[in-house]
Design a protein around this ligand. Structure first.
Ligand code: 26Q
Length: 801
């Protein structure tokens, strides 16, 4: 149906009428989108079935990537490009007077994630399939993804997100493969053939129904599966109050939890975690047993990866099945479990490590808790052997202690591989946060620097730049992104540099139109587009950026006209319960209001807050950026991946030596990046010796005292005491994230960046060098490393188109 334009049009029109029940002229964009989506989904079916059959026939090792989040965004364009039918569809639709772009806009974002961690999972799926690797995702089909953000009077307001309102054309409900998940109840113990046997008698069971989505690789025949589980009432509920049972059951997959490490310990979140893990492991084992008969060689054919600790119950769940159901001896089951499971850590903030109080855990998951206790007991015995008498060490490493289950400790003990997501982050894990575990298991620790799929983040979202690159070095980079390095040979080619500038200008115009449409504000595309888009967190220091804008405003008001015009653009969601983060959003909007309405300033600087930052908006933002703000307090950002998306689209980084910025610097060289601020070692030293005093910076730096005073002295006419808590965090609470400490060096580097922008060709050369060095940060490279060094999986016999 996609082999030629005429055939496509015919099928499309017939299908449109059949499925929408309307004639073509009466059909809406959404009808047309859905028709096309269903056609594409059907088109992949053949390869999907073949991929599944092949893996059943040839007994190839498979990896399952368990993640509580998959931040997929839209799928239509990605699927069209990966399947190689983009052109036929675009031209066929054009004949019918339909713009493909308009249909794409009808697709809701699948926003089943908070940010970096969830988006990484989505990039990994694309790379797995594109590299012909047998790797599948397992997640939750949340009815509502991350909340929709509105800005009302400068404040964030949250609305429930509704991506499933009109159905999801990419999924297939597999009711036949549903599994039952037990909760609550008690554990019965008996003796059978001289062996203690445990049986969980659940108080309630929930049905997990899988919805499968095809993941088609770029120009290959591999189609992997993303299996998302939905919670439904069990067909035989044994509950007194049926309505209440139905409601409680469905709640499990109703909402994605916003990343709120301040607000932990919600029972529903734990229920979600076990729901995902238990359903996934059961279905993995069922399909394994169909193929192999018994569980003996499980670890040789299956790898299970846990994305942070959220799915860590995979460890006790696999143990439970092997010991209770497969009647395996504990030691053998443990060896299989450890060699099957691998774990990625995404955070250095020790306060963010997951812990669950026993009083919540034990009643909800009584058998899993017993197994966790047994794992803990054996683990502590081993520690005692190795560190006799070192009770302090044993207590601090225990999996269960102080009335809590430590999920990271369970992951460290129960997996064979633990990785950080950038070199610096892995070093911090080894030598600080997880030092004792590194001493115990040095062989488990390894680094896998994050990556992004260059297909979504360059080929699809910046088609003009992608076209220019393909013209210059051929299209080989799409399969082998490290070949982007060949672009470096054009560093002195001024026609290439001018082309780059032109493309950037066009992308800036597109973003300017979006800004106009969303905010009513006109922005100047010849100004520097200086962009910070990411979740709002104190450690990411959006505050440093805003304070610096206030300082620039003050300079302008003092008559300094040596200012390179700049448009500051922000996008950020704050977790609904994160008071301080919400204050920063209000501050950004308040500064925007002041600056944009002051005729003395708004010719030189403007401030834009784009509401509801999400994948589809990101795709318009990255291609239009001149400056990428990556300004976290050094040591706090595990990796960052937005930094890579900006770089790949030719933006220059203003950043600290944190996360993957360090590796970006190594690749682009210091002349092509703007590095400032404390290094991680310095931050960690300050934190240890307590010698930082933010008040000194207030007293010694006039720029700083002026700005901080402005937060509370009526400078913002209607603000009242709105920003007192921000001023207090900086002065009374000693500025935990070293905003004032880094202010001077930030202001200095921003001046340097502005000067560099003044040299047009010089800037484009730097931009080119960033693009050229970005191939290393493709998730294809990352996934190859996981496949070779952790999962030990091989590509399916090459059958690329
Ligand atoms: C915790 C408790 C309750 C509810 C939700 C959560 C929760 C949810 C999501 C906690 C954390 C997350 C997400 C974390 C995350 O995205 N981390 C980022 O991972 C990226 C990919 O590795 C890194 O690039 C970022 O540096 C890291 O911050």
């Amino acid at each position: 149906m996609f082999s030629d334009k005429e055939e496509f049009k015919e099928v499309f029109l017939t299908r449109l009428e059949m499925t929408s029940g309307k004639s073509f002229p009466d059909s809406t964009k959404r009808d047309q989108y859905q028709t096309l989506g269903h056609m594409v989904r059907e088109y992949v079916s053949m390869n999907w079935i073949n991929t599944n059959e092949r893996s059943r026939m040839i007994k190839q090792k498979q990896v399952y990537y368990l993640s509580i989040e998959f931040l997929l965004g839209r799928l239509l364009r990605n699927n069209l490009l990966n399947l190689g039918i983009h052109k036929v569809v675009e031209e066929g639709l054009q004949d019918l007077g339909i713009e493909l772009g308009d249909l794409e806009e009808s697709e809701p974002d699948a926003g089943l994630g908070n940010g970096g961690l969830g988006r990484l999972a989505a990039c990994f799926l694309d790379s797995l399939a594109s590299l012909d690797l047998p790797g599948h995702g397992c997640g939750i089909r949340y009815k509502h993804g991350l909340f929709e953000q509105k800005i009302v009077d400068g404040y964030q307001v949250e609305l429930p997100e509704q991506w499933l309102r009109h159905g999801n054309v990419w999924e297939i409900r597999k009711a036949d493969s549903a599994v039952e998940i037990p909760f609550w109840g008690r554990v019965e113990c008996s003796e059978e053939e001289g062996r203690l046997v445990f049986r969980h008698l659940p108080g309630e069971t929930v049905t997990a129904v899988p919805y499968d989505m095809p993941v088609a690789g770029y120009q290959t025949e591999t189609v992997n599966t993303l299996r998302l589980w939905s919670a439904e009432p069990s067909p035989f509920p044994q509950h007194k109050n049926i309505m209440q049972y139905k409601r409680e059951t469905e709640l499990i997959s109703e909402f994605l939890y916003p990343d709120d490490t301040h607000d932990e310990g919600k029972i529903l979140r734990l229920k979600q975690q076990y729901f995902l893990v238990s359903a996934s492991i059961r279905s993995i084992i069922e399909s394994f047993k169909k193929q192999h008969g018994n569980m003996k060689d499980f670890n040789q054919f299956i790898s299970i990866h846990i994305n942070d600790t959220h799915p860590v119950l995979a460890i006790p769940e696999l143990m439970r099945i092997l010991v209770d159901e497969e009647k395996m001896a504990w030691e053998e089951a443990w060896d299989i479990t450890v060699s099957t499971i691998s774990y990625t850590n995404h955070t250095t903030l020790s306060e963010a490590l997951e812990k669950w109080p026993i009083r919540l855990f034990q009643p909800l998951l009584p058998r899993i808790f017993m197994i966790a206790e047994e794992i803990n007991k054996r683990f502590c015995l081993k520690l005692e052997e190795k560190y006799p008498g070192d009770w302090e060490r044993i207590r601090s490493m225990a999996i269960i202690s102080d009335g809590e289950v430590k999920m990271a400790h369970l992951a460290l003990a129960g997996s064979h591989s633990v990785n950080g997501v950038a070199a610096l982050h892995t070093e911090i894990l080894k030598h600080r946060e997880m030092k004792q575990f590194y001493e115990l298991y040095p062989e488990k620790f390894n680094n896998k620097t994050n990556g992004i799929t260059h297909r979504r983040w360059l080929l699809n979202s910046n088609p003009r730049l992608a076209g220019l690159i393909s013209e210059a070095i051929g299209p080989g980079w799409i399969k082998e992104p490290q070949r982007l390095g060949e672009m470096a040979k054009f560093a002195e080619d001024s026609s290439m540099l001018l082309e780059l500038e032109l493309i950037k200008e066009e992308n800036k115009q597109r973003l300017a139109r979006r800004v106009k449409q969303q905010t009513g504000l006109s922005i100047d595309t010849s100004s520097i587009f200086d962009i910070q888009v990411k979740r709002l967190h104190a450690y990411k220091r959006q505050l440093l950026n805003v304070l610096h804008i206030m300082h620039m405003y003050n300079r302008i008001k003092e008559g300094d006209s040596h200012i390179q015009p700049r448009t500051f653009i922000f996008g950020a969601k704050a977790s609904p319960g994160y008071y301080y983060a919400k204050k920063i959003i209000k501050l950004i909007n308040t500064v925007a209001e002041k600056v944009n309405n002051d005729p003395a300033a708004n010719k030189l600087i403007k401030v834009v807050f784009l509401e509801n930052y999400r994948v589809s908006l990101a795709e318009e933002i990255f291609p239009a950026a001149d400056i990428s703000e990556q300004i976290s307090t050094a040591s706090k950002e595990a990796s960052g991946t937005g930094n890579m998306k900006f770089m790949m689209n030719g933006a220059l980084t203003v950043g600290t030596l944190d996360g993957a910025n360090v590796e970006i610097l190594e690749r682009v060289g210091e002349e092509n990046i703007f590095i400032f601020g404390l290094a991680a070692e310095e931050v960690l030293r300050y934190q240890q010796n307590g010698e930082y005093r933010s008040m000194d910076y207030y007293h010694l730096d006039k720029r700083i005292s002026t700005i901080i005073n402005q937060l509370t002295n009526g400078f913002f006419p209607y603000a009242g005491d709105e920003f007192e808590s921000i001023a207090d965090s900086l002065l009374m609470h000693n500025d935990q994230y070293f905003v004032l400490r880094d202010f001077d060096s930030y202001a200095a580097i921003q001046k340097q960046a502005a000067n560099a922008y003044g040299d047009r060709l010089g800037w484009q050369r730097k931009s080119l060098m960033n693009i050229a060095a970005s191939g290393h940060f493709s998730s294809d490279r990352t996934i190859r490393e996981y496949a070779e060094e952790i999962w030990h999986i091989q590509p399916a016999a090459s059958h690329s188109k």
